[in-house]
Design a protein around this ligand. Sequence first.
Ligand code: MN
Ligand code: MN
Length: 465
Amino acid sequence: MAEKSKGQKLQEKLSYKKTNYFEVASEQERKEIFAYAEGYKAFLDAAKTEREACAVAVEAAKAKGFTEYSFGDALKAGDKKYFVNRGKSVVIFRVGSKNPEEDGFRVIASHIDAPRIDIKQNPLYEDSGMCFLKTHYYGGIKKYQWTAIPLALHGAVVRKDGSKIELSIGEKPSDPVFYIDDLLPHLGADQMAAKAGKIIEGEQLNVVVGGLPYADGEVSDKIKLTVLDYLGKKYGMCEEDFLSAELSAVPAYPARDVGFDRALIGAYGHDDRVCAYPAMTALLDGATEHTVLAMLVDKEEIGSEGTTGMQSKVYEDLMEEIAIALGANFRKVRAASKCLSSDVTAAYDPNFAGVYEKMNSAMLSCGTAMCKFTGARGKSGSSDASAEFVGEVRKMFEESGVVWQTAELGKVDIGGGGTVAKFLANLNIDTVDLGVPVISMHAPWELISKADLYSNYKAFLAFMK
Ligand code: MN
Ligand code: MN
């Protein structure tokens, strides 16, 4: 090889360039990247709702010797615990040996809810040979993307007597699936001329759940009766039980490798399980002297509200309880704590280049992406991490050989978005966003890179170390 010129050497020394993780990974590390993705895909298929993700996380924690924690329990260094909040969010944590007042807690916060089609409380009706469920979509979706695809029904029903049943129908190959219909193109001239937001309207997102009339000439709504008969026999539920049910239609597709080289993964709900899974596995795998918490929370997609969303007092209460159990002043603990708010970001998409600013967008396979700030317009609604904290995290990654990049959601004036970061930052905890770049975010099937998934895991291990 020819000797590098003076300018080339100077450029190498002084310039910043993103790195494709696949390109720089050793053969061994490439193997690790692909092996790690297998566990992730299994997690995705087993955890399509926050309830399921919570249950899977609890099982994974138990298998690694973690035990359930309740407020008021004694804690000591070395304890491995999990705390379940209403079956819909879970915090897995390790108690470290360091003084929490000086070292604080290390928090990784991600969410396990994902955009989907929720079933209404009085949903069942029949019309023109079909039986339907009325729905109300959850999270920011392009409604037209959710038609004409196989859907599975997941959720919980609390029956009249107070007993609860949990459902998952449509995931096994032998299961039936459900369906939201769309208009044939032959009659679609007006529809296709409409604005995309109006192509399918909220009240048209009705899920087909049956087509077989009940064999009794004396009754009306025969197809509905067949469905009710099935639900009665199979689940012991009646129509009124929908009133106290939480059912969701989600894409029935399993996670699959994408591409000849299998570098990418297509799946429902990468946002934000592609961060929750690494958070969970890093916490379960990584021994540490710090007290670390992996928070897998609910309701991010609709504003982090309620008892299970990040704004709930329960997470602050938990951290305070841990501080008290360790004999530490919670205000001092919070002030010394650090948080990675771990949520996905938009990956630069060359097919929609116009909405991105290329220099500051996350590039697929260039590693987990740090967003110093989120928000919209003039950074509105963002907690905007300090240069000092970003510098600290950057150094951590550098020392652990994490391939990572920075990101911004899109062009300044185009749009924006938020994460749970600000709720943790508001507690006086240094917080920055870090997560995997996603193509087609919030679509029924999203795309990520296996390299970015593994980079995210490695980043969390570095943060915990
Ligand atoms: Mn998210
Ligand atoms: Mn989202």
